[in-house]
Write a new protein. Structure first.
Length: 87
């Protein structure tokens, strides 16, 4: 079965099966897969937990986030940035 826009020159081979090199076709496949995964809320929550756990292990990155948040909160309360203590 050949999709429009796919020609023999536009196909590769992977493990004996024919694989499309048409970017539009591949984007369509990826979009459908992403749509079905994102409808599973438990799966998406698990992905978020894993990502959060991974990011939070980087203490320097987390300190930067906290520092930026503290500065933003301080300026929102009327304090000048130079009035906020830094490490």
């Amino acid at each position: 079965m050949e999709r429009s826009g796919d020609t023999q020159d536009n196909r590769g081979s992977k493990g004996g099966e024919t694989v499309s090199r048409n970017r539009m076709h591949m984007a369509d496949i990826g979009r459908k897969g992403g749509k079905s995964v994102s409808q599973n809320r438990e799966h998406m929550a698990d992905i978020g937990r894993k990502g959060g756990a991974s990011v939070s292990q980087n203490r320097e990155h987390m300190a930067d986030i906290g520092r930026k948040g503290g500065r933003a909160r301080g300026t929102a309360s009327g304090l000048a940035p130079e009035d906020i203590k830094s490490d």
